[in-house]
Design a protein around this ligand. Sequence first.
Ligand code: GDP
Ligand code: K
Ligand code: MG
Length: 272
Amino acid sequence: MKKIEIALVGNPNSGKTSLFNELTGANQYVGNWPGVTVEKKSGKLKKNANVTFQDLPGIYSLSPYSPEEIIARDYLVTDDADAVLNVVDGTNLERNLYLTTQLMEIGLPVVVAVNMMDIVEKSGTNINLDKLAYGLGVPVVGMSVVKRKGIKEAVQRVTDEAEQVFPEETFPTYDSRLEVALNEIAQLLDGRVPAKKMRWYTLKLFERDKRVQDELALSDTICQEIEEVIAITEKIFDDESESIVINERYDFITKLVQLSTIDKERFQLSLS
Ligand code: GDP
Ligand code: K
Ligand code: MG
């Protein structure tokens, strides 16, 4: 087995460090408050030294606005990781999946581990993991780190994905009016960015992300053409480009969560 590196990514308090400690035998600080992990930490899988895990700071997006987001984003886009294990708090599915949509755009294989299933199972909600996987287009596993359930399966799925020679690329697609604009930007970028990172760069340029603009250092002509595409789309949506994307992400997630969760009490009521 070749050496592989897996990034643990998720919102603050989703259970990344608990999982990291469990997998690597480390003793990193676990606490029920945000901002505990500000640096990334690496450790090797206890049972297989060829697999390295990176415990990244908790983040809500890859925008980046906070130091945590910058650390996580810089690490993820430099390609050191072979795959992402996205640790999601199952009791807060909708909020957590916002980051998932972004992780699916960076050109790395993603596996979603829905953690806290012990709490989810006690609550009145039922998460259909198969439907969630189908809707997202990436593998999804249920997990409870504190009950030590689903951990093995999560590691198995993500190492399988990391070892794929030609990983399949899946990411959410949005309103066709936005997709048309993204396609036009992608055409302008053709040959200028790695193919597997095309979605990431087109979206970031559409959002007028300063860091990506600087990184790519495109010619004035191309920058102008991109700006025209953005301006037309903003007119069509009557909204700013960044918030167009935010709204599209939330629309996607709202539908996905509706499709894949059942409130047991409401379900009972509708049957009676
Ligand atoms: P991080 O911020 O993502 O690194 O999350 P932590 O690992 O620090 O965990 C945040 C809190 O959630 C801690 O109090 C953990 O004990 C708790 N926690 C982690 N995983 C689970 C789980 O599967 N079930 C429950 N009930 N609590 C968990
Ligand atoms: K924490
Ligand atoms: Mg942590």
